[in-house]
Ligand binder design. Structure first.
Ligand code: NBG
Length: 871
């Protein structure tokens, strides 16, 4: 009641203020400045006024009828104004200075909810909380209204988002280029223990962060054929014209990405597809209404939905079309910007550097060649030199099935001109290989851009490498394996192209926003400098020895666990025991990530507890979360098995207070921000050599979880930083895995030799966990016993032994807290700021550009060249 009163009062106040401010005309520059200052001010009062302004003039609502969603939009709108104020200033500065710009090209940007992060980066979370409170509203309730844009699958898309955050924070001129999918990653529900996919209609009630630029539009060709003509002196110049079968228009949608504590919002520019002519009047007049809108419907399909395959073959035509579509729009946008400043494209590579986030955008190599040679008349050699100085490529996987290749016939049908260009690039490239390695036909075959074994394919990774000046992996081990195995031939040819850039994650979202209580304790202990210089966390180390500090630390963790317990109850209808160890594995469900190994440990504990109810062990709640690609049957079966085991354990009174399993549905950023801070134990248990880096491992570490993990991906470096004694290591190393495979791996032999392993597997295959049904999990067990590609059985015993050590450590809470504090103190290296600095210094060669914020004044806004305005 009180709240509602305040709310109306605030509104009255706003009206009064407006009435007294007199008439403001834009010709009066002084007043304009004043008004601008108020419009985008950051004080509690300014935020209140702006909020009410948005509620009325954007949402067309008044307080008595406003819903929470309206209020969210009003607040987001007010925050957006503050971003745009900075944005305009930034864009102007970049334009004036002609700054060298990083273009991060990625088919995925998993940016997550924006409002909370923007408040943090503007430094106004507390002011906004107060402003809302004075209006009778609760900030957290409003934050909760935001529908997160799920424009990515997992680590790769989230990495791109972390990098945008760091680029802006480090004041580096940058643009993220991607796709505005209408439907992002599906929403996962669990029904009868099984995954059900629901469409993610994130745009249903509009996104306050998207700014449409209908004037920034490009027509993109598909299909058809090419026509070759010779002209120029003596007909020596080849001119190629591409006659397409279909044209789709891309228009730009921008999302501002503000850095922390700076005035730099960079631009995330996403392309959306539409028909060039939205309505076919000829067809309409002929009486065919459906045909009249058909082109539009067909074109829009292109950016309708994100492919939900994480590290799995996609291979569909539409996916290739999506890739080409966003790449073509992006490159032409860059060319447009360059031609605003210069007469020609000779210096394109000096103004822009393009990072290819995996092979998804790698068609850019051929597209930039096409644009330069066909559209701008640049000769091939010069064009190739520009291309090769523009692109750099990041590889994100060693899994063969995740390496993109396109069937030649499909590729040629969709992109006939690019097919020709790739053949030319390949011919010249193979010549280079021939000269470097004479008479090595086998090597030529391996390195060719075209895979000639069986049905022919275009190898996108090879195109990316050949067209780039730099190639990097995403963790030390991964980069090493790229050089020694997967890309060894390319390393032999161009050793200097290769480097490592270990991934990082942004501490703003994953610590400051996700874990406010721990952040506050850190601020009080060592100051706030760590937020932009994570190595400062080292200053926490001495406090690991302080019993008082450890106690506070534990209380904070307990508070975070309690929060998660509430959410688990809400979404999974389970009462999780907050006194138990929270043992968490959240990530995409994939055999190589071995969620089923984790589950085998659960079954092992269950069996041992049944056999010996007095077994001394730390009580555990084992929490899983993650989506399975809809067509990946084995991953879906893994989810089902997790839920079956969870159910049975829940029904067994002997397990109460000892062991519990929870499947947390629809793992995404929003709930991730609750999960990481609540974890005691982080499961990073992929088979060595399979996980390129992992980034969840870093998010857990920064929030004080200890890791149980293999020597895979960035785990290796995490362990180096925290020290062997603060990391639970198990499993084979990469050379051991290789050696075992070479000798011939027989999972069955492990099964025969290990009685406990046999008990665990037999219990699963007996149908014990699904009401005696022996069939459901048969494929699962058969697969393990006879194939076990990811060698669970070989690592089983080592994992179980290691988990027993975890349990023992957890029972000594003082020791555990000490280790937890040290994990946080030593997590600085895994900030995305460090990673981005390395990219800037070693690959991109870009410098920060400071943005000074001044009020936008009308003087500043004289349209001096009024008659030269662009239409
Ligand atoms: C993923 C890897 C992860 C890595 C992220 C970000 C793909 C193709 N790769 O290990 O599996 O952390 O990329 O680099 O999604």
């Amino acid at each position: 009641m009180n709240g509602a009163g305040n709310f109306v009062e605030g509104y009255q106040l706003d009206k009064k203020m407006k009435a007294s401010s007199g008439s403001l005309s834009s010709s009066d520059s002084v007043k304009f400045v004043e008004d601008e200052g108020r419009r985008t001010g950051l004080s509690v009062d300014a935020l209140k006024r702006a909020f009410l302004d948005k509620l009325v003039y954007t949402q067309a609502r008044f307080p008595e009828v406003a819903t929470r969603r309206d209020c969210y939009h009003a607040l987001a709108g007010a925050v957006r104004d503050r971003l745009l104020h900075r944005w305009v200033q930034t864009a102007r500065t970049y334009k004036d200075q002609g700054s060298r710009t990083v273009c991060y090209m990625s088919a995925e940007f998993l940016i997550g909810p924006q409002l909370g992060n923007n408040l943090i980066n503007l430094g106004i979370t507390e002011n906004a909380r107060q402003a809302m409170k004075e209006l009778g509203l609760d900030l957290d309730g409003l934050l909760d209204q935001e529908v997160e844009p799920g424009l990515g699958n997992g680590g790769l898309g989230r990495l791109a988002a972390c990098y945008l955050d760091s680029l802006a924070t480090l004041e580096i001129p940058a643009i993220g280029y991607g796709i505005r999918y209408e439907f992002g990653i599906f929403t996962q529900e669990i029904r009868d223990g099984k995954q059900v996919e629901l469409t993610d209609n994130w745009l249903r009630s509009g996104s306050p962060w998207l700014i449409h630029r209908p004037n920034i539009a490009f027509d993109v060709n598909f299909g058809g054929h090419t026509e070759h003509q010779h002209d120029g002196v003596g007909g020596r110049r080849l001119r190629v014209q591409w006659v397409p079968a279909k044209v789709v228009r891309g228009t730009a949608w921008d999302i501002p990405v503000l850095g922390y504590g700076v005035n730099t919002p960079n631009r995330l520019r996403l392309w959306s597809a539409e028909a060039p002519e939205t309505f076919d009047f000829a067809a309409f007049n002929a009486g065919n209404y459906y045909q009249a809108v058909d082109a539009q419907v067909q074109s829009e399909t292109l950016t309708k939905v994100l492919y939900p395959n994480d590290e799995r073959e996609a291979g569909q035509e539409l996916r290739l079309e999506q890739q080409y579509f966003f790449v073509s729009c992006s490159l032409r946008d860059m060319i447009r910007l360059q031609l605003q400043r210069e007469q020609n494209l000779d210096h394109f590579h000096e103004k822009f550097v393009v990072q290819l986030n995996d092979t998804h955008p790698s068609i850019a190599v051929a597209e930039l060649m096409r644009l330069l040679v066909d559209d701008y008349g640049v000769v091939w050699e010069k064009a190739w030199s520009i291309v090769r100085q523009t692109f750099a490529y990041t590889n994100h996987t060693l899994l063969p099935e995740a390496l993109e290749k396109w069937r030649l016939d499909l590729f040629r049908r969709v992109l006939p001109r690019h097919f020709e260009i790739i053949c030319e690039i390949n011919a010249r490239f193979l010549d280079e290989v021939r000269i470097a390695f004479p008479l090595d036909g086998e090597r030529l075959r391996r390195m060719s851009l075209i895979d000639e074994d069986g049905p022919r394919y275009v190898r996108m990774a090879h195109l990316a490498i050949v067209g780039s000046f730099a190639v990097n992996g995403v963790a030390a081990l991964h980069s090493q394996l790229l050089k020694s195995d997967l890309l060894g031939d390319f390393y032999d040819l161009w050793p200097n192209k290769f480097s490592n850039k270990t991934n990082g994650v942004t501490p703003r979202r994953f610590v400051l926003l996700a874990n406010p209580t721990m952040s506050q304790l850190i601020n009080e202990t060592i100051g706030q400098g760590w937020v932009t210089d994570m190595t400062r966390l080292r200053e926490l180390e001495p406090f690991a020895e302080d019993p008082e500090f450890r106690k506070t630390w534990r209380n904070i963790k307990q508070g975070n666990k309690n929060n998660l317990v509430g959410e688990i109850k809400r979404v999974a209808y389970v009462d999780a025991d907050p006194a138990s160890m929270f043992d968490i594995q959240v990530k995409r469900i994939h055999e190589y990530k071995r969620q089923h190994l984790n589950l085998m440990h659960v079954v092992s504990l269950y069996k041992r507890l049944k056999d010996n109810p007095n077994l001394e062990m730390a009580p555990r709640t084992v929490i899983f979360g993650g989506k399975a690609a809809p067509g990946y049957q084995m991953a879906k079966l893994m989810i089902r098995l997790i839920n079956s085991v969870a159910d049975l354990i829940d029904r067994d009174p002997a397990m109460r207070g000892k062991l519990q399993v929870v499947f947390f549905p629809n793992y995404n950023l929003k709930n991730g921000q609750l999960i990481f801070p609540a974890a005691d134990l982080s499961e990073q248990i992929s088979l060595a050599g399979k996980e390129a880096s992992g980034t969840g491992n870093m998010k857990f570490q920064m929030n004080g979880a200890l890791t149980v993990g293999t020597l895979d991906g960035a785990n290796v470096e995490i362990r180096e930083h925290v020290g062997d004694e603060n990391f639970f290591l198990f499993g084979m190393t990469t050379p051991e895995v290789k050696e075992l495979r070479r000798r011939g791996y027989s999972p069955h032999a492990y099964y025969e030799a290990n009685a406990h392993l046999r008990e665990v597997i037999d219990l699963i295959s007996s149908g014990f966990f699904c009401k005696g049904d022996r069939d459901i999990f048969r494929p699962f067990v058969e697969h393990l016993l006879h194939h076990d590609e990811y060698m669970l059985l070989a690592d089983f015993q080592s994992y179980i032994d290691c988990q027993d050590k975890v349990s023992e450590a957890y029972l000594d809470q003082e020791r555990w807290s000490r280790m937890s504090i040290l994990n946080v103190a030593r997590s600085g290296f895994f900030s995305s700021d460090r990673a981005i600095k390395e990219y800037c210094d070693e690959i991109w060669k870009v410098q920060p550009v400071r943005i000074d914020l001044s009020d936008l004044s009308s003087e500043d806004f004289q349209f001096k060249r009024a008659n030269a305005l662009a239409d």
